[in-house]
Design a protein around this ligand. Structure first.
Ligand SMILES: [Zn+2]
Length: 281
């Protein structure tokens, strides 16, 4: 029990903001990936044992991502909290999944990918030397050299202030329109699992086209996923993690991903930790 032991790789948010990402090239990071290092990166804190299905969902969701995307993830908790609590929360280094209100393994897959979008956005896509912008994560200002800044600026003037020109159709969901960080996480999830829908929406909307292009070119280095959707799509979407998909079929279609060989065996450690800084989004 207790804190993680792996020293200087894990500096928490205060340390992470000092890390300069430079040009994001996640697939390059994937190629350079070294399996023994991966073992230290993720620890699961469990109140109750995971079912084998939950373990599979977590392993496979990580497996289809460039490892750089969850480089800052150091703890993943699965809880059985009271109903009506958020199904997932994340900061730059911790994900907490609340299984109580997650209805299916497909939904668990989607919620986890949404939270991993926060991990990438807050923990890996960071700036250090740029000017202070109108955006902030907690007490930490977003710097202009933070790659996410270019995404936020598509629709936002500040964390929760949309640009005067923004319209509901500029967001992949109602939840995405609630704040910058949710906009990023919702689009990240949409890009991975609902590629076809995102492409068709982007063809009709310049803001969504800019968001799609940002994700494709700067986050996924041009990689486009197979489509996980089982459709049809409702006219109005509040939460992309509730859109129907088939996660198992989707994973089967992703077997040829360049990260495949790097993530064949993801060790899962069981620990408890008090480190809970600001898991709010
Ligand atoms: Zn979120």
């Amino acid at each position: 029990m207790g804190m993680l032991s792996q020293s200087s790789r894990f500096l928490g948010w205060a340390g992470m903001v000092a890390v300069s990402c430079g040009t994001l090239s996640p697939w390059a990071a994937a190629i350079a990936y070294d399996a023994p290092v991966r073992e230290t990166l993720i620890e699961l804190a469990l109140e109750t044992p995971l079912t084998s299905m939950e373990t599979q969902v977590i392993r496979q969701a990580l497996r289809i991502l460039p490892p750089a995307h969850y480089q800052s993830l150091r703890q993943l908790e699965v809880r059985d909290e009271p109903t009506m609590q958020p199904r997932g929360r994340a900061n730059s280094s911790t994900i907490i999944l609340n299984n109580t209100d997650i209805a299916s393994e497909d939904e668990l897959f989607s919620v986890l990918l949404h939270e991993l979008g926060h991990i990438l956005d807050l923990g890996y896509l960071t700036g250090s030397s740029g000017e202070i912008t109108a955006f902030a994560y907690g007490s930490q200002p977003v710097r202009s050299d933070d790659p996410s800044y270019d995404y936020y600026r598509i629709s936002w003037a500040g964390n929760t202030t949309q640009l005067p020109t923004a319209r509901p159709a500029d967001f992949v969901s109602g939840y995405a329109a609630s704040m910058t960080f949710e906009d990023f996480a919702e689009s990240y999830h949409m890009y991975i699992t609902h590629q076809g829908r995102f492409v068709s929406l982007a063809a009709q909307n310049p803001a969504l086209a800019a968001k799609y292009t940002f994700l494709r070119d700067r986050v996924f280095d041009g990689y486009q996923y197979a489509d996980a959707s089982t459709g049809p799509y409702p006219d109005a979407v509040y939460d992309t993690t509730l859109l129907s998909l088939d996660w198992k079929r989707f994973i089967q279609r992703q077997q040829s991903l360049p990260t495949e060989r790097a993530l064949t065996a993801v060790p899962l450690h069981i620990t408890m930790s008090e480190d809970d800084d600001n898991p709010s989004v």
